[in-house]
Design a protein around this ligand. Structure first.
Ligand code: S3P
Length: 427
């Protein structure tokens, strides 16, 4: 395990481009594999999660050319993946496992999906249940976790109303729906990120959308296309928060996906008094793209409602850090889903803030952050969770003294160059 050290007192300046969006990258590879023809993708996310999707697709007979951020995916057509006798390893990636379960449910052979210790502790019944209702056989461990065995078959379209708001569940059902007979719909309790729907449109599939309901027809062929992946707002969030917190900072983050279902954290930070100038910068992969110029600001506490959480679910750690430095109390409501991320992130956030001398309390599914903290450098273990590692590093930059983040290498999951990029812009 490697540790990263950072000392407080600096400010951020200049410009930065964040890696390609992780959610869009997974989906572009998967839809490319299901399409007829060759899909050219550029700007792919560089981290280990997207590599897991790439390798799982390769194991299923898909030829994917090109290392790094470019890929040419030679699609095998709907239902055209080839059986793989061994384990399909999703690594640390929930998106890989859940979306691929949906795809494999439409293939008439046995597949065995597995992952690392963290992924094998995360709930999978939420995807298994709808896929079984469509006609697939899905087996999990007694606790409803991976390894997962999927025997796909002749699926029938369903109308599914998942109890939890999850873009991964919605996407798994829609991907299975492409392989099913008839129409498949998903009605969500609260809208989640809609990258699958937008990308399906780019691949020529008609998607019907009304309110929180989305539907696709089985058997709609996908046409290969070009996909240019916009920057990842979840990675950009660390820069936006850091530039807000470090006095004297002025930083521009360029080319970020500004999908309204992903930028809930910007809305929360703006409510807290953050100074963020948003400028439109075109469109990529059917997503709006923006440049964000951020300068340091005195923040105030806020309340984040449960219905806002899907729109900022991966940004709660960094928002909670901003809340710790803000004047006045903040409350984040309805964070139960954070217990099922790459770690128990709800407990992790409270421990992280406490380690830096801030006051935070988990109250049922809510998180209360006292605000007004003077952060002091700390030793923090990232517990294998990339979002906690980056949050602790930013906390260290905003704290008095020196911080050491152990297990910091898990940044490799989503943002391998973060520490080096940060050091370059820290004056
Ligand atoms: C993702 C959806 C979210 C998010 C994850 C990526 C996706 O998970 O936390 O990082 O790409 O669909 P849930 O669907 O479990 O909320």
């Amino acid at each position: 395990m490697s540790a990263r050290r950072v000392t407080g007192g600096g400010r951020l300046s200049g410009e930065v481009r964040v890696p390609g969006d992780k959610s869009v990258s997974h989906r572009a590879l998967i839809l490319g594999a299901l399409a007829e023809g060759t899909t050219e993708i550029d700007g792919l996310a560089p981290g280990a999660d997207v590599r897991s999707t790439r390798e799982v697709l390769r194991a299923l007979g898909v030829t994917i050319e090109g290392p790094g951020s470019h890929a040419a995916v030679h699609g095998r057509g709907l239902g055209g993946l080839a059986a793989h006798g061994g384990d399909l390893d999703a690594g640390n990636s929930g998106t890989t496992m859940r979306l691929m379960a949906g795809v494999l449910a439409g293939h008439p052979f046995l597949s065995h999906l597995t992952g690392d210790g963290s992924l094998c502790g995360r709930p999978m019944e939420r995807v298994a249940a709808p896929l079984r209702a469509m006609g697939a056989t899905v087996e999990l461990t007694a606790t409803g976790t991976a390894p997962m065995t999927v025997v796909g078959g002749r699926l029938k379209g369903i109308d599914w109303s998942p109890p939890v708001a999850s873009a991964q569940v919605k996407s798994a059902v829609l991907l299975a729906g492409l392989h099913a007979e008839g129409r498949t719909s998903v009605t969500e309790p609260v809208p989640t990120r809609d990258h699958t729907e937008r990308l399906l449109g780019l691949f020529g599939v008609a998607v019907e959308r009304a309110g929180t309901r989305v539907a696709v027809d089985g058997g709609s062929d996908l046409r290969a296309c070009r996909v240019s992946v916009p920057g990842d707002p979840s990675s950009a969030a660390f820069w936006v928060a850091a530039a807000s917190l470090l006095p004297g900072s002025a930083l521009t983050v360029r080319g970020v996906c500004a999908n309204p279902a992903r930028v809930g954290f910007l809305r929360a930070l703006e409510r807290m008094g953050a100074k963020i100038r948003r400028a439109a910068a075109g469109e990529k992969a059917g997503e709006p793209v923006e440049d964000w110029t951020v300068s340091a600001a005195a923040l105030r506490g806020t309340e984040v409602a449960a219905r806002e959480v899907p729109g900022l679910v991966d940004e709660v750690p960094i928002l909670a850090l901003a809340a710790a430095r803000a004047g006045g109390q903040s409350v984040f409501r309805g964070l139960g889903e954070l217990r099922h991320k790459e770690s128990d992130r709800l407990a992790g956030i409270a421990d992280l803030l406490a380690a830096f001398g801030a006051e935070a309390r988990v109250d049922g599914d809510d998180l209360r952050v006292a605000g007004g903290a003077v952060l002091r450098g700390a030793a923090f273990d990232a517990r294998g969770d990339h979002r906690l590692a980056l949050t602790a590093f930013v906390a260290g930059a905003a704290a008095k003294g020196t911080t050491s983040v152990s297990g910091a290498e898990c940044a490799e999951i989503s943002y391998p160059s973060f520490y080096a990029d940060f050091a370059e812009r820290l004056k």
